[in-house]
Structure formats: C-alpha cells, structure tokens
Design a protein around this ligand. Structure first.
Ligand code: PEP
Ligand code: MG
Length: 582
C-alpha cells in the first residue's frame, strides 16, 4: 500500500499519528423485521430497556465530564436526556410496534427519521440544532437495540484517534473533550476559523480545508497529521513514520528548552518591554496561562461559556466563571471580551437570524446592542467580578464611535444600578475596543479618545480588509496577514492609540507566528496575545534580539508592496537574527 499525502490549511501546529475516526452524518440503515403479534410486548420491553441503558450511559458520561472538565460542558447531555423522556416519541414507538408488527429498532428508526426530517426543514437555528441531538441519541439507542457498535458515537472511541469530518463547528469542537482525540482533520475551514482556534486551545494538531479528506480516508486508516505544514499522510510508509517520529522528538526537545523562559519577562536585549499574554477560550484552561509563561490573558473569548447548552448562563454563573479565571491568573491581568456570537459561532439558547453573510450580519456588539438583556447580564457579571484579580474588558467588532458610545451608555446604566444596589465593583475598570473592522481603523483617532486601550483583532481585520472569508478554504491563499494593506492598518492603529496615550495590543492568530511577531514588535505594539502554546517561542524571539533590529525590519517591510515579499523578508530576517528558533 502506498501512502497518500493531502494538503490543506494549517490550523493548529504539532504532529499526531494514529487511526482515523470518520465523523459522518450519514443516514442510518436499519433492516425491516416483522414480528408476530405476541412478540409485541417483548419488543416494547426491549425498547424500554434500550432507553434505560442509553439514559444510564449518558448519566455516566455526564458525571465523567463534570468531574474532569466541569458542569458547563456537561450540559449538552441534558438535551439528550430530554429526548429520552419525550412522551410523544416514546408513545409513537410503542404504539407503532403493536400496530405495524415490526421490530423495535425498525419502528424507532422510522419515527426518528420523521422527527429529523421535520426538524431539519425548520428555519430556526435553535430547533435545527435539536436535530443533531436527536441524531446523536438515536445512534445511542440503536446501538443497544441492535447490539452493534456501528453508530459512531464519539464516546465509543477505544483508542487515541484522529477525527476526520467534513466540518466541525466551534461548539462541536468544544464538546470534544475526549482525551482520546489526538488531532482534527476537516474538509472545509480556514486557519483562523474558531474550530481551528479551539483545536489550538485543546492543544491538538489540526488541518482544515482538505476539501475531500472524508472521501479519501477510511475508518481505521492510519494518518500522520502535520499541523504546521497543513498536511495529512494517509497510511504512511515506514520511512515517513520514522521521519515524523524524529521530528516529533525534536519539537518536544526544543519546547522543553524553552521552559526556562517561563518566568522571565518579554524584554529585548536593549531593554524594550512588551507583554506577552494568552488567549483563553475555555475557562478550564487557565492552568496553561502560567504553564506556558504568559503574563495574563489578553483575550478571554466568553462566548464559549454560552455554547452547548439550552439556556443562557445567568449573572451569578458568569460572575463565578469570570472570578475563577481572574483569581487563577492573578496578579496578572485578564481582558474579558464581551459576547461575540454570530459569524461562525452560534449558541442554542438564542435565535440569531440566519444572515446571508453571517460575518457581516448581526454579530458581536451588534447582537449585544440588540439584545440588551443578554448584554446587561454579562456586564453586571463582569463588573461584579472586577473586584477579584485584575479584570479589564473590551467590546468586539466596534465599527465606529457611535457603537462605542452606545455600549458605554449601557455600561454606565449597569454601573449606576450596581452602585444603587451597593454592589462592589472596580470603578476604575479599563474598557477597551477591539479594532477588527476597517472603519474602526480609519476612525481610530476618535475611538482612542474614548477608549482605555485598543486590541487589534487581526483574524477579522484581515477578512474585512481583504474581503476574504476567514473560514473559506477556497480563498485561504488570499488570506494574507502580511498584506501591505493590513500592515498599514495596524501601524495606523498603533500610532493613533499612542497619540492619545493608550496601549495598543494585538490578539489575532498572527501574533503566534514568530516571524510576524518580530514585525509587530518593530511596529510598536505594546502587547501580543496568542494561543498559550506559542507564548514561549515568541518570548524567546523577543528576548534574543534588539528592539532596534525589530524596528529596522518593520521599517523595511512597510516599504514593500506585496504580502509575499513581506512574508519572505520577515522569515529571512528571523532566520538571520535567530537561526535556531524555528
Ligand atoms: C480576531 O478577530 O482577531 C479575534 C481575536 O477575535 P476572534 O478570532 O474571536 O474573532
Ligand atoms: Mg474577531
């Protein structure tokens, strides 16, 4: 058998080797089996037993998730338990068995098919998502009814496996706290899709945008996933495996060496200090912040707290979560970003209309200004938590001053109501603006007068500046962080922020790339926030060179006219200054 190499979009670095597990949404096929009338009671009993076993299995799984991960993530299973208790569904199956004299699995299968067909036609996002829950639970029940394990439940994984799927939504990825998942591979997606970001935070390699991986890979094929180069190798031959085993040991060895830098400041040889912080998606991941040497959290993506559940997190629950995070990283700071849903992130508890172009639709601050009830609850929780640790907050996707003013007016009301209720909060809390829309860059002079800090979100700023969808693999080659237009946007933001005396940070994925981080350092950013696993490498870069060298590289790069020229130039410069870093 010869090996097959597929090239996709690199999404999360690292190397994995293991068997593939195809996560398909294929239809179940259940053979028709007729029964004798006197067998009906027995079939009904079998069905009820399968329901009981499924309930037991879910409860065990739920307890395991609560114990190992936390109650927030276990809530997804409540939806599955609800399906098991649906009297209409249960009634239809038992009466169907008697009326049609057919085996329990066949009747159940037909009832479920009707449910799923009805749910999938519904426009409403929330109800459509329920189809996925019904699908999942149906597989579980069929497993017990047919005594077959072919229903592909993720929790059936017996060994470390690589998930191969057409697509994985950010909430699916968050739900995959499966210790046995060692890499993600998908047909679609771009390098800064939130699925890729979650893979990084789960610290598993990921390659997205492989186009037809699900067709080319079969269940149980062995794969090498090279998350840095964006390659997968199907059934690799022995020499390839050996090569990658060596590569893996090299990566481990060089990461171990970097650990000495954990408690050292990110300071250049000529004394320029920058802050290197971590991005946080899952509140349980706070241990990684200090473990990887970050000086706090520069971006806490709170929307993940709202995912995989049927209700909205209340004020107290959010307060506890923010407080836990702030206390875990104290005395270092945490920047809490207010809810950023829409785009490629949806939550079940709120119906967001399906926009034609979700990234240009009712997303982030636009959603919060419309749903002030949800926004206010979050702001109250953030302010209440602000007396613990060092919390600051920022708004996503601000497109101009009027949005900032509207958000701040709501914040003002929240402050007043807390004061009236004699509830403590940090009255000096810093309130920043994410700069991720070109119009915010162009009005940065005005925004800087009314914001305490800027944080540039390049993942979005790139897509909005270059008109390239960040999750579309077909245009992934046009998604260029080194594009001169983007560099000018960043430089302008830094200069406008500094003119008003406010700090300017950057928290998009480009900060994780050491060659681009060198450029950003030279452009004068005060703070770089990135996935925790990149912090030590970037810190090493900062500590190994002079700020004046970085400034020279930035000045030179700013004169260049194409993204490709810039990319090649910064890579060569990094290799010259630090030949062994990469
Ligand atoms: C960004 O857009 O760069 C950013 C950091 O936010 P998110 O990736 O969550 O949109
Ligand atoms: Mg963004």
């Amino acid at each position: 058998m010869s090996e097959l190499v597929l090239k996709g979009v690199p999404a999360a670095g690292g190397i994995a080797y293991g068997p593939a597990f195809i996560l398909d949404k294929q239809e179940f096929i259940v053979p028709k089996r007729t029964i004798m009338p006197e067998e009906a009671d027995c079939e009904i009993a079998r069905f009820e037993e399968a329901i009981g076993q499924a309930r037991l299995e879910i409860n065990v799984l739920k307890e395991e998730i609560v114990r190992n991960i936390g109650p927030e993530q276990a809530r997804i299973l409540d939806a599955h338990l609800m399906v098991l208790e649906d009297p209409t569904l249960l009634g239809q199956v038992t009466s169907g068995i008697r009326r049609h004299q057919q085996a329990a699995e066949y009747v159940f299968f037909n009832v479920i098919k009707q449910y799923m067909a009805a749910l999938s036609k519904i426009q409403d996002e929330y109800l459509r998502e329920r189809a996925a829950d019904v699908n999942d639970i149906a597989r579980r029940i069929l497993k017990f009814l047919t005594q077959e394990d072919k229903w592909h439940d993720l929790d059936l994984l017996q060994q470390d496996s690589i998930i191969v799927a057409h697509d994985i939504s950010p909430s699916d990825a968050v739900g995959m706290y499966h210790q046995k998942i060692i890499a993600f591979v998908t047909d679609i997606g771009g390098r800064t899709s939130h699925t890729a970001i979650i893979a990084k935070s789960l610290r598993v390699p990921a390659v997205v945008g492989l186009k037809d991986a699900t067709l080319r890979v079969s269940n149980g094929d062995f794969l090498i996933v090279d998350g840095k180069k964006g390659l997968i190798i199907i059934n690799p031959i022995q020499p390839t495996r050996e090569l990658y085993t060596k590569e893996q040991s090299k990566i481990h060895a060089s990461l171990e060496k970097l650990e000495d830098l954990r408690d050292l400041p990110a300071q250049t040889m000529d004394g320029k200090r920058v802050s290197i912080l971590a991005n946080l998606e899952l509140s349980r991941e706070t241990d990684n912040v200090r473990k990887f040497g970050a000086e706090g959290i520069g971006l806490y993506r709170t929307e993940f707290l709202y995912m995989n559940r049927l209700d909205l997190p209340g004020e107290d629950e959010q307060y506890e979560a923010y407080r836990r995070v702030a206390e875990a990283v104290a005395p270092f700071p945490v920047t809490i970003r207010t809810l950023d849903i829409g785009g490629d992130k949806f939550i079940s508890s709120v119906q967001v209309p399906k926009d034609m172009s979700p990234f240009l639709g009712c997303r982030a601050i636009r959603f919060c200004l419309e749903r002030q009830d949800i926004f206010t609850t979050q702001l109250r929780a953030i302010l209440r938590a602000s007396v613990h640790g060092r919390i600051q907050m920022m708004y996503p996707m601000i497109s101009g001053l009027s949005e900032l003013r509207q958000a701040n007016a709501i914040l003002g009301d929240v402050r007043r109501s807390l004061r009236e209720g004699r509830i403590l909060f940090d009255d000096q809390i810093k309130v920043g603006v994410m700069i991720e829309v070109p119009s915010a860059v162009m009005t940065a002079d005005a925004l800087a007068k009314e914001a305490d800090f800027f944080s540039i979100g390049t993942n979005d700023l790139i897509q909005y500046t270059l008109a390239v969808d960040r999750v579309n693999e077909k245009t992934a080659h046009l998604y260029e962080p080194s594009h001169p237009a983007l560099l000018r946007m960043i430089q302008r933001t830094v200069d406008e922020g500094h003119k008003e005396g406010i700090p300017v940070g950057l928290c998009g994925e480009m900060a994780s790339d050491p060659a681009l981080a060198l450029l950003l350092l030279g452009m004068g950013l005060d703070e770089l926030s990135m996935s925790p696993s990149s912090v030590l490498t970037v810190k090493k870069m900062v500590r190994s060179l002079k700020f004046s060298d970085a400034q020279r590289v930035a000045e030179e790069a700013m004169q260049m006219l194409t993204g490709q020229e810039v990319e090649e130039y910064v890579t060569v410069q990094l290799n010259k200054l630090l030949p062994h870093l990469l």
